[in-house]
Ligand binder design. Structure first.
Ligand SMILES: [Zn+2]
Length: 525
């Protein structure tokens, strides 16, 4: 048995000097991962491959066994599509008269390999574009949607629980319902109130390559012919012939009310030219074998994503999207946790799997691939502890946990955080749908209980403002780089809590379970 008393007290007894040293070591990994030489680790790039090789080397140093399909690496193949914007266009057609839109300003086309070059169809506004059978809520009921393009506002009525809303907002789930209703295309409008990134910046990413897993069997939007997003500041023109205004709909959305559904009495006409290619990228997998003869055949996964956005549109003269926090921080935590396990000769009963995935920024694709083609039996994976951009910008007093109320992992994180003197908070911004927005969701959909984390803060505090400012200024911008203020000892404290969480789960007699009333229990296998 593990000397439980010593380890249990370790985080409280850790001297500040240790946290400074461990924080500096954590940061040293980020200095490599988010250095300009890694070119922003775009999926399929040589920079990403170099980062994967660096990580494999660190896994080896930490004594992990290779558990990819090619050493530590698990190659993943992608289809790539890049828009040729000067050969593409989009127009609103009303009473036969076409009004051209400006791509990048009014709206952006959703790019995919294999979409038709020309699309023209009637357009229907369908509220939040949600169908939630559990709540007898259906934005598509009673509408003729056959052959139509559907426009919706991201969000959902307040009386639908956040997790259900999130689940049915997931790309594949939403499209499943729209496709079943006969739709051929989909257009999203973000509510300006819940936009992490202002349009002026997010629109720059429209020229980045879009990717899908190569193998057709992974396609999650079958039958989709057209996709676009509308700039909310330019949305009124789409509603001008409908008898409604976008402002009126936003006001209802802001009150959490259901939205009316109606035809927009326009057609959308699009020409879309794309350049297609294919690339290979890498997941990276290492194993710390368990010590119990039986439990070692079960696995606790620590996950983070290795990819970021690569080299893109320059902002203030900087074109390298380094992704230091997104998600260099999580990858550095993987290295740190593996390193601590080695330095402290830890021998958990269950095995621990360190899984770094590619393609997260392209739609959680590397984790979708790993959970579909896992290198250990997926039903033996007992938990996924995902670390993605947890933002250690200030001392760790509050830890916000997504998934806290869904499984017994909630008790585990409460116990280890409390021991470290950290208060656990539930998701304070459920409207941001964070639980479906990173790789944990690939595991959850396969039935694996999961958690993901963010540094928390008190409402209205200076720390909360720091986090919000970070999103507005640095999230998916070149300034998420090595020149930003980060609280390294706080990150070290986070790493210690994550280590303790994994050990607690790995050593528990029972594997984690979904709570009986959790929506996600349905995916259990
Ligand atoms: Zn990201």
């Amino acid at each position: 048995m593990r000397p439980i008393v010593l380890l249990a007290l370790a985080p409280c007894l850790l001297a500040a000097a240790d946290l400074i040293q461990e924080g500096d070591r954590w940061w040293s990994h980020i200095q490599v991962l988010a250095g300009d030489s890694m070119e922003g680790r775009n999926t399929g790039s040589s920079g990403h491959l170099r980062a994967a090789q660096f990580l494999a080397g660190k896994f080896k140093e930490a004594g992990l066994k290779p558990l990819g399909t090619n050493g530590y690496l698990q190659p993943v193949k992608f289809k790539v599509a890049k828009i040729l914007e000067d050969q593409s266009n989009l127009a609103i057609v009303r009473d036969g008269k076409a009004t051209p839109l400006t791509l990048g300003l009014d709206a952006n086309l959703g790019v995919r390999a294999g979409l038709p070059e020309h699309t023209e169809a009637d357009v229907v506004f369908c509220g939040y574009g949600l169908s939630v059978p559990e709540n007898q809520f259906d934005d598509f009921a009673g509408l003729d949607l056959k052959g139509k393009i559907l426009v919706y506002i991201l969000g959902g009525p307040a009386d639908i629980p956040a997790n259900l809303r999130s689940h049915y907002s997931f790309r594949s789930e939403r499209w499943k319902a729209m496709h079943a209703a006969g739709a051929i295309g989909v257009v999203a409008i973000q509510n300006p109130k819940s936009m992490d990134i202002p349009w002026e910046r997010s629109t720059l990413a429209r020229l980045n390559a879009a990717m899908e897993l190569s193998d057709e069997k992974y396609s999650d939007t079958p039958g989709l012919q057209f996709a676009a997003v509308i700039n909310p500041a330019r949305a009124e023109q789409f509603f001008a012939a409908s008898g409604h205004t976008f402002a009126e709909l936003l006001a209802l959305a802001d009150q959490g009310k259901a939205l009316p559904r109606f035809p927009l009495n326009i057609r959308l006409r699009a020409t879309e030219h794309v350049q297609t290619s294919s690339v290979e990228s890498q997941n990276v997998v290492g194993l710390l074998a368990g010590s119990d003869p039986k439990l070692k055949n079960e696995y606790v996964v620590y996950g983070a994503h290795l990819d970021h956005l690569g080299v893109g549109a320059p902002i203030q003269g900087d074109a390298v999207y380094n992704g230091a926090m997104d998600d260099g921080s999580g990858i550095a935590s993987l290295i740190e946790i593996a390193t601590l396990a080695k330095l402290e000769h830890l021998r958990p009963k269950r095995s621990i799997l360190f899984v770094a995935v590619t393609g997260e920024e392209k739609g959680l694709l590397g984790s979708q691939y790993f959970t579909s083609a896992p290198t250990v039996p997926l039903k033996s994976v007992v938990a996924d502890i995902n670390m993605d951009m947890y933002l250690p910008l200030y001392p760790l007093k509050y830890l916000e946990v997504q998934g806290l109320e869904e499984s017994t992992l909630g008790n585990d994180i409460r116990a280890v955080a409390e021991k470290a003197g950290v208060m656990v908070q539930r998701d304070r911004e459920p409207q941001r749908n964070l639980f479906i927005r990173s790789d944990q969701y690939s595991y959850i959909k396969q039935g694996v209980p999961a958690l993901t984390f963010k540094f928390g803060a008190e409402t209205g505090s200076a720390e909360e403002k720091l986090g919000k400012d970070w999103l507005r200024q640095r999230y998916h911008a070149p300034s998420d780089d090595l020149n930003q203020p980060v609280d390294k000892p706080a990150a070290a404290k986070f790493n210690r809590i994550m280590l303790d969480l994994g050990l607690r789960v790995a050593d528990a007699p029972e594997r984690p379970r979904w709570n009986a009333d959790s929506f996600f229990k349905r995916f259990e296998r």
